[in-house]
Every structure is written in C-alpha cells, then in structure tokens.
Design a protein around this ligand. Structure first.
Ligand SMILES: C[S@@+](CC[C@H](N)C(=O)[O-])C[C@H]1O[C@@H](n2cnc3c(N)ncnc32)[C@H](O)[C@@H]1O
Length: 209
C-alpha cells in the first residue's frame, strides 16, 4: 500500500478504483478527530458503527481515553485493513494503533481498556441488514464522496442506518452537499452543521430524534 502524507503530518491512502484519497489532504488525523470523534462526543461504553472503516482512524482515535467502547466496522476491502499494520501514525495515537494493528488476521480485538473493534468484511449495504435495530449510539459515516460513490449516500442507505441507531444517536460525515442532507432529512434525521476543518464548508452531524 502506498501512503500519502497529509498536511498535518499523518498519512492516508489513495484508492486507484475511486481515484480519491481516503482522507482530506489537509490532515487525516485532524479530519478523523475533529469531524468525527470530537464532533460527536464519545462516552465510555458507547456502541459505535464505523461505516467504511478503511485505515480505522475514526474508530481507533475514538478509543483514546475511553473504555468499554463496542465498535463495529464495516469494510469490503481486506487489503486496506492489512495496511493498518504498516501505517505510520502520529505519536499521540501510536499506542491506540498498536493495539489494533492485527485486525486483518483477528477480525475482532479488545484492547487493555476493554474497547472492542469487530470488523464485518463485505458490502456495507448488505452488512447493515445483519445489525441489530435501535442499537448504536454513534455512527462514523465515511464512504468515498457522493460524486464517486453515489450509491452509498442514497435515501435507502440512510433509512437502513437510521434503523440501527438508537433514539438520540448521532452520525457524523464530511459531506455537506444539499442533496445528501435532503436524503438524510427525508428519512427522519435532524441535520446540523458540523465543524469546518481544513476547508470553508462545514461537515454534517445528524441526530435520530
Ligand atoms: C473514504 S474511505 C474511509 C476512510 C476511513 N474511515 C479511514 O479512516 O481510513 C472509504 C472506505 O470505504 C470502503 N468501501 C467502499 N465501498 C464499500 C462498500 N460497498 N462496503 C464496504 N466498504 C466499502 C473502501 O474500501 C474504503 O476503505
């Protein structure tokens, strides 16, 4: 796997299939922390769905300073999970990555603070159907962009994601496209601006009311 250094010094990957980087080039670490983990607020014991796990930044950063998180990651490409083994990360999150570097072999790992990450490898659109209803407190929603992967941002997907979230649960995503927000609103989510990080436009936070 060829990694690309982003402006905050952390590394991301580039998808040859979608011709898109896995993170904003302004900073992979910054994006995961500011647009997802910090924007949602994580509490010990939460159940988290990582929709499009990739290199695992969102979930692995969420485990920092937390315990008993129960994280389910959906991903269809085992090669990107294998790449977590060699990913060089900022020292602030080195300890957390060390705990989860062997996910590709184990598929489920629990760290020393009882945070568990369990991966389901396959098409996330199908995997969603196997998850319990009204279950997750937080969702990191992180597919490639709507322009490259429109099927991941449809009303049908948001309806399925809505179904697996608890009442009051929150979801974060980097896109603020009007058509995407409309799809989210149409299935029942309340939509708010998330933080603008590395660009002028905000990200998006939605709540299941
Ligand atoms: C933008 S990247 C995710 C970045 C990731 N959150 C990280 O921290 O590296 C999108 C990810 O979605 C995965 N993906 C694309 N289509 C998928 C599908 N239908 N089902 C599951 N995963 C998919 C890709 O393999 C890629 O790892």
């Amino acid at each position: 796997m060829k990694f690309v250094r982003t402006k905050d010094g952390s590394f991301t990957a580039f998808s040859k299939k979608y011709k898109e980087h896995y993170h904003s080039l302004s900073g992979a670490y910054e994006e995961a922390f500011e647009k997802h983990v910090n924007a949602l607020g994580i509490e010990d014991g939460m159940k988290i769905l990582d929709f499009c796990f990739g290199l695992g930044y969102n979930s692995i950063i969420a485990t920092k300073k937390h315990k008993k998180l129960q994280i389910v990651g959906l991903e269809n490409d085992i090669e990107i999970i294998k790449a977590i083994r060699e990913l060089e990360v900022p020292k602030e999150i080195e300890k957390e990555f060390t705990a989860f570097r062997n996910l590709a072999e184990k598929m489920e790992i629990t760290d020393g603070n009882n945070n568990t990450i369990k991966l389901i490898i396959g098409d996330a659109l199908v995997s969603l159907d196997s998850l319990p209803r009204d279950y997750f407190d937080r969702v990191f929603f992180d597919p490639f962009s709507p322009g490259k992967q429109p099927e991941m941002w449809s009303k049908e997907i948001f309806r399925k994601v809505y179904a697996v979230m608890k009442q009051g649960a929150k979801l974060s995503t980097y896109s603020c496209a009007e058509s995407i927000r409309q799809n989210m609103t149409d299935v029942g989510f309340k939509v708010k601006d998330g933080p603008a990080v590395g660009r002028k436009s905000p990200s998006t936070i939605v709540i299941k009311p």
